[in-house]
Design a protein around this ligand. Structure first.
Ligand SMILES: C[S@@+](CC[C@H](N)C(=O)[O-])C[C@H]1O[C@@H](n2cnc3c(N)ncnc32)[C@H](O)[C@@H]1O
Length: 248
């Protein structure tokens, strides 16, 4: 099921090591929990990946479950939260209507061209008063004003990100989800280096910014390759978590 640029079946083996590990996952989980109402008893972690965030979504009285489309990611997740993960497309969850108190989606909506369908499905499974907590504007968070960003910014800002906050708010409103205060978390270990940014360009990571235009990737690669300190991480991003409450 490869509908995203990255093949998460292949990513599973090195995902935790390359995505900020426990510090990033801990910061994400803590931020999600800040937005989950105190009385919530069930939380579905959509696109739970390897379960590194999922296993940290712990609070007395709260039961967490995970769903993800990639089998290899889920194998790792099942070792962390045994028996509580399911293989599922986030657009078609194997859950009845109005059956969970909270849905989390960390680093999902920026990946897919069908964010609207995912928001609709989250709204369907949420009980009245339940919350959807999702990262939005993920790529924009990587614009920390560095020399790398000066090169990438014109392309990043011209691209229509599928997780743009105003778009997600519109999808949410269409399905009875009202905006509530959100929060942020630090992307520990996610500061970009020039060398790694070139690697990402080569595997098509930014391809949606300039579809069908390989020459742009080559131009950016050349500019990034001459930046100083090729392996020095630039500032870490602060990711935005939006929150929406299901109307009764
Ligand atoms: C960047 S990872 C995020 C994993 C986890 N939330 C975290 O923060 O570590 C994105 C995940 O989304 C999953 N994914 C992508 N498209 C999906 C879809 N349509 N339905 C369910 N999961 C999907 C991928 O398999 C991958 O595990």
């Amino acid at each position: 099921m490869a509908e995203t640029v990255l093949d998460y079946e292949a990513e599973a083996a090195h995902y935790d090591r390359t995505r900020g590990g426990v510090p990033r996952a801990g910061a994400a989980a803590e931020a999600v929990l800040r937005l989950v109402p105190p009385g919530a008893r069930t939380l579905l972690d959509l696109a739970c990946g390897t379960g590194l965030v999922t296993e940290r979504l712990t609070r007395p009285g709260l039961r967490v479950y995970g769903a993800d489309a990639a089998q290899a990611m889920l194998r790792v997740a099942d070792g962390r939260v045994p028996g509580r993960v399911v293989r599922s497309d986030a657009r078609r969850l194997p859950l009845p209507d109005a059956s969970v108190d909270a849905v989390g989606a960390v680093w999902l909506l920026h990946l897919v061209p069908f964010a609207a369908e995912i928001v609709a499905e989250a709204a369907r499974v949420l009980r009245p008063g339940g919350v959807l907590v999702a990262t939005v504007d993920k790529d924009a968070a990587h614009d920390v004003g560095s020399d790398i960003d000066e090169i990438l910014r014109p392309h990043r800002s011209a691209a229509a990100a599928s997780d743009r906050a105003d778009l997600i708010t519109g999808h949410a409103a269409a399905h009875g989800l009202e905006p509530a205060p959100g929060t942020h978390f630090t992307g520990y270990g996610q500061g970009a280096t020039p060398r790694d940014t070139v690697r990402k360009l080569r595997v098509g990571h930014f391809a949606s910014w300039f579809p069908g235009d390989p020459a742009t990737a080559e131009t950016l690669t050349a500019a990034l390759a001459v930046l100083p300190d090729q392996d020095r991480p630039r500032a870490e991003p602060r990711y935005r978590l939006a929150c929406f409450v299901r109307r009764g």
